[in-house]
Write a protein that binds this ligand. Structure first.
Ligand SMILES: *Cc1c(COP(=O)(O)O)cnc(C)c1O
Length: 360
């Protein structure tokens, strides 16, 4: 990965001198199962509704800074009020703003790796300290005791559920205890919650836990990673913080219009989500049946798989089969692990066949 030039290292803020530009590690392939996108086609009637909404959107006016029409659709989806929601340019913008508002120098993010690497990246950009409480090496279960012990010193916490890349979900009762133990806000990143079993969301704790923040995105279950739309649900005074520090026009008019149409049509996504869940179980069983692989149960639209020589296998999947999956073997605790997004039945069959060929 490239580093900043020496010239730039001397110009940027000193704490940024060691930063490495993001390398998406992207190669165009026939089958891309590397980013947990939804690879199913958008339901035709939803696509039509989105196209009509885009066609009716004037481009000459600035966007509504607070995305109020979209917020009302989202509020209806979740049974909350508009004042409980802030929309962002993808979940990523909201994660950055969360660190910007509640982190900072001399303050500490409570983090549970292996998890989404953006949290630590945004902590470094905002000069927030990170207190890592690692998951169990074998099962990836949270170390609940250590987290509760560290919580009183944390300025903010993030727990991912289902966790990316390990696939497990967090117990609601634990989040309740964590919210009581942590003086700052506790975010539960539910980017993949639609793929989890019913009742897995921590949202119903919002009433009793005024420091809970639940993160959602349209990038995964809604198959809309390209439009960049995420949102948080929290108490109104927490939302006011997100609203106060955001780039006011970060969610553009086309995104607002497309997202509102998709959320309105949300029931049309249920069959797609059901099929991904059933493909996930089929893939899990097929991979678990191979004694050379370790695969963890997942509540997301992806599976974490450990195999000898994972990095090389990923390269060969890409170069010989034109299948892209994500290599995590460099990440602490994830040696020899690949993350494979659950795709369409045809894509999944190809993954299974290619892996069988490469492991022989
Ligand atoms: C994909 C993802 C997000 C949000 O992604 P956006 O495309 O920025 O909305 C947030 N958290 C996790 C863990 C994710 O995997």
């Amino acid at each position: 990965m490239a580093e900043l030039s020496a010239r730039m290292r001397s110009m940027v803020q000193p704490y940024l001198a060691g930063i490495e530009p993001y390398d998406p590690n992207f190669t165009p392939t026939r089958i891309n199962l590397s980013a947990n996108e939804n690879t199913y086609p958008l339901p035709a009637d939803v696509r039509e509704a989105v196209d009509a909404a885009l066609a009716a959107t004037p481009l000459n006016r600035y966007p509504d800074p607070m995305s109020n029409e979209l917020r009302d659709e989202l509020a209806a989806r979740h049974g909350v009020a508009r004042e409980n929601i802030c929309v962002g340019n993808g979940g990523d913008e909201l994660l950055f703003n969360f660190l910007l508002a509640f982190g900072g120098e001399g303050r500490q993010l409570l983090n549970c790796p292996p998890c989404f690497s953006e949290y630590e990246f945004f902590a470094s950009l905002t000069r927030t300290g990170v207190r890592n409480v690692r998951r169990d090496r074998k099962t990836f279960a949270l170390d609940e005791r250590a987290l509760l012990a560290a919580a009183p010193q944390a300025s903010l916490a993030i727990i991912t559920s289902p966790n990316n890349p390990t696939g497990d979900i967090v117990e609601r009762s634990f989040i309740e205890r964590l919210c009581h133990a942590c003086p700052g806000p506790v975010m539960v990143d539910e980017a993949y919650i639609e793929f989890a079993d019913a009742g897995a969301s921590t949202e119903e704790l919002l009433e009793d836990c005024p420091n809970l923040v639940v993160l959602h995105t349209l990038s995964k279950a809604f198959g809309a990673a390209g439009i960049r739309c995420g949102y948080v649900i929290a108490a109104p005074d927490v939302i006011e913080v997100f609203a106060a520090i955001r780039q006011i026009y970060s969610v553009n008019v086309l995104t607002q219009a497309a997202a509102a149409a998709m959320v309105r049509a949300r029931d049309a996504f249920s069959p797609v989500v059901e099929q991904i869940r059933s493909e996930r179980e089929r893939m899990y069983r097929a991979l678990a049946a191979d004694g050379r692989l370790t695969v963890w149960p997942s509540q997301g639209n992806f599976l974490l798989v450990r195999m000898e020589g994972a990095s090389r296998i990923r390269e060969r999947l890409r170069d010989e089969f034109s299948i892209l999956v994500r290599d995590f073997s460099y990440a602490p605790g994830l040696d020899d692990c690949l993350r494979i997004t659950v795709g369409t039945p045809e894509e999944n069959d190809e993954v299974l066949a290619a892996l069988a060929a490469l492991l022989d």
